[in-house]
Design a protein around this ligand. Sequence first.
Ligand code: GLP
Length: 258
Amino acid sequence: MDVVICRSYEELSKAAARVVADLVTHKPNAVLGFATGSSPVGLYKELARLHREEGLDFSKVTTFNLDEYVGLPADHPQSYRRFMNEHLFNHINVTVQNTHVPSGTATSPKAFCEGYEKQIRDAGGIDLQVLGIGSDGHIAFNEPGSSLGSRTRRVTLTEQTLDDNARFFKKKSDVPRHAISMGVGTILEARRLLMVVNGESKAPALAAAIEGPITSMITASALQLHPDAVVFVDDDAAAQLKMRDYYEWIQKQAKAGD
Ligand code: GLP
């Protein structure tokens, strides 16, 4: 796993956006996996800038998002579809029909989830999956105890996740208790994983995920099983990494062309 420690959130967002941009430049019909949450907002802002100012072309790109709240229609202010439209899709030239966010209102969630997996397969699989990390160490909405082989399914959110996400709703009881989430197994099939982590509140979860044992209790630890994962971390989130000097040493050598 590559761990890239950045001095600021802005630097982290630009570096992560560069990885996405390089892929789209070399493979214009790339299949991108996107995440919601505050962590990738800077990355999306930078992708929008690259489109606007440097002509980065998303017209042939296909996208799949990780998750959606059960019960929220696509146009709900807190739906993840709405989040993606507002933070990215409305600002780039992606074809709306090629953007996929799980439906939170499917009458048969099970059939929907199987169909979502099939859509990913039919698109040729995900080339690059963007991820954040929850304060309980989750990726997408794969809460502690989720099988590391899990597939897209309906999940129940933990109390901690409800607390963390209550800030986006009027009151905690408005936060949906369930979500549709890609599974850990689904995520691990992406050809490349790119995680963005910022802020001191994420420091314990990040350290557990990348330096602790691989465990379904911290589903982000599954990144350790992936042959091509890169994690962009800001200074605050890196605070509890035991191998921090080593990661910085590797980056220094990479910059020097070693
Ligand atoms: C939600 C999302 C995750 C995201 C996490 C962290 O739980 N399902 O994909 O990584 O929030 O969000 P934030 O980046 O706002 O801390």
